[in-house]
Design a protein around this ligand. Structure first.
Ligand code: XMP
Length: 319
């Protein structure tokens, strides 16, 4: 793709001009965007870049392993893997307001990056995989000076007093362009084709307060759901699919016993840029089979519902 080849060359020149001999740390989230940003920046400045992968305790199943394997073993890009789950989950204890969750997570990310930068003898820049829609949506929904819908942690959620300057080479791109760029950079297809995953992770898929128990249930339910989608060959038709753990318990029956367990909500949408989206029209047989599998395989869940809301009026994530 010639446009992406040209973009790649231009951005490499821009990154070199911005960074000079400075040191950069890049936060990896497990998503496509930060991975593409990291590989591009590495190409531009080599070992002036160190990647930091923060496990905040709200990642999907096996996320950390996937990311660490890709960067350390496939790319040989220096990577620091920080387990900050105690710190994040500790500070989020009892927090139920979505914006407070996002802001808390944004602040902690910066604290962790700052601390890691110090350990590396200082860093001048923080690199992020911010995309064009993130920039717009954190400013306003319509582009005008109206309300903030959500503080994306990699845009509006960052504290102002951060010491590092930002490097955001994907700021003008949409998701499909980032994927093209990722392919151009030789990222494996299985990684490039992944559904988007938000920086605040499972925190915003767990409305209400967040506990380790809830996160464990959510991780398992989500893994079963995604496995079903892959097995049915639907993964690439869907922009994003994930499970949400609702903060309610409902009554059910299993064998001759009464159960009182959590409800899992399933979300799947089609979209081209995440700014608008339509709920995905699964067939009922698929949904029924998936519900049965989740309830049988995930302890603590006795009911599954499907979200049939498009965006607008719903957002893709529940918080
Ligand atoms: P919403 O929920 O706003 O999501 O309709 C639109 C797209 O953005 C992703 N998203 C985020 N990505 N940090 C991110 O990196 C965030 O804080 C964040 N919030 C939402 C969401 O997963 C969807 O793809």
């Amino acid at each position: 793709d010639w446009t992406m080849r040209a973009f790649r060359e231009e951005e490499i020149a821009k990154i070199r001009a911005q960074v000079g001999r400075g040191k950069v740390i890049c936060g990896l989230s497990g998503g496509v965007d930060s991975a593409v940003a990291a590989v591009l920046i590495h190409e531009a400045i080599g070992d002036q870049l160190t990647c930091v992968f923060v496990d905040h305790g709200m990642l999907r199943l096996d996320e950390a392993k996937t990311v660490v394997d890709l960067f350390r073993h496939h790319y040989n890009i220096p990577l620091v893997h920080v387990d900050a789950s105690k710190q994040f989950l500790g500070e989020l204890e009892g927090v139920t307001d979505p914006e407070t969750k996002r802001k808390t997570i944004g602040r902690l990310f910066i604290e962790v990056f700052d601390a890691e930068a110090k350990k590396l003898g200082g860093a001048d820049f923080l690199a992020q995989g911010t995309l064009y829609p993130d920039v717009i949506e954190s400013v306003s929904f319509t582009g005008g000076p109206s309300v903030t819908i959500k503080s994306h942690h990699n845009v509006g959620g960052l504290p102002e007093r951060m010491n590092m300057k930002l490097v955001e080479p994907l700021r003008e791109l949409f998701k499909d362009e980032v994927r093209k760029l990722g392919r151009e950079l030789g990222l494996p297809e299985i990684f490039v084709g992944r559904h988007p995953f938000p920086g605040p992770g499972l925190a915003i898929r767990c409305p209400g307060d967040i506990t380790r128990e809830k996160l464990d249930i959510l991780r398992k339910a989500d893994a079963v759901y995604i496995d079903q989608i892959r097995k049915h060959g639907l993964y690439d038709d869907i922009w994003q699919a994930f499970a949400v753990l609702l903060p309610v318990k409902t009554v059910g029956v299993m064998g001759d016993g009464r159960t009182y367990d959590y409800v899992v909500g399933l979300r799947a949408v089609t979209s081209t840029d995440g700014m608008t989206a339509d709920f995905y029209q699964f067939d009922m047989k698929f949904l029924g089979e998936t519900a049965t599998r989740i309830i049988n395989e995930v302890k603590g869940v006795n009911r599954v519902v499907y979200d049939v809301t498009s965006k607008p009026p719903g957002t893709i994530e529940w918080e």
